[in-house]
Design a protein around this ligand. Structure first.
Ligand code: ATP
Ligand code: MG
Length: 138
């Protein structure tokens, strides 16, 4: 089990001024921020990042949404980080997310769901590498 995961504070969260509140939740749950940056994803970046969903009907909308505004990307550290973040985020669809989860509190819809978290240790490594050099993680 790796102690790293990767998150995106998605455009709806940044637009609504929820960036700080979400970071507070992460810190309160014991995540350490190894590195954080503010990014406007290009269409190419969003398509590559969500490449596994390329054939899904929602893919074009997803890319449009993820490029619709500023996001924050971060590498996080905590014991059993991937599972801990997925639990804190809640279900993909905020209306189905457990009470107290970030998506329940801040998510808008199954698409505009506030936050991304890696779904496996392997993907966490790939996704961190997508945005950060190892030397930036401290
Ligand atoms: P993420 O990968 O962003 O952490 P997730 O792992 O819970 O979320 P995925 O199945 O990987 O969900 O879907 C990636 C993203 O695509 C979702 O977070 C959401 O923004 C969007 N999405 C997923 N399913 C749908 C859907 N049925 N309709 C519209 N958008 C969707
Ligand atoms: Mg996913």
């Amino acid at each position: 089990m790796s102690n790293r995961t990767f998150t995106i504070i998605k455009p709806d969260s940044v637009r609504k001024g929820n960036f700080g509140k979400i970071v507070s939740r992460l810190e309160a749950e014991g995540f350490r921020i190894l590195s954080l940056k503010k990014v406007n994803l290009s269409t190419k970046q969003a398509e590559a990042f969500y490449g596994v969903h390329r054939e899904r009907p929602f893919f074009p909308d997803l890319v449009r949404y993820m490029t619709s505004g500023t996001v924050y990307v971060a590498a996080l550290e905590k014991e059993n980080a991937v599972l801990a973040l997925r639990t804190l985020m809640g279900a993909t669809d905020p209306s189905k997310a457990d009470a107290g989860t970030i998506r329940k509190e801040f998510g808008e819809s199954i698409e505009q769901n506030a936050i991304h978290g890696s779904d496996s240790d392997d993907n966490a490594k790939i996704e961190i590498g997508f945005f950060f050099a190892e030397s930036e993680l401290m």
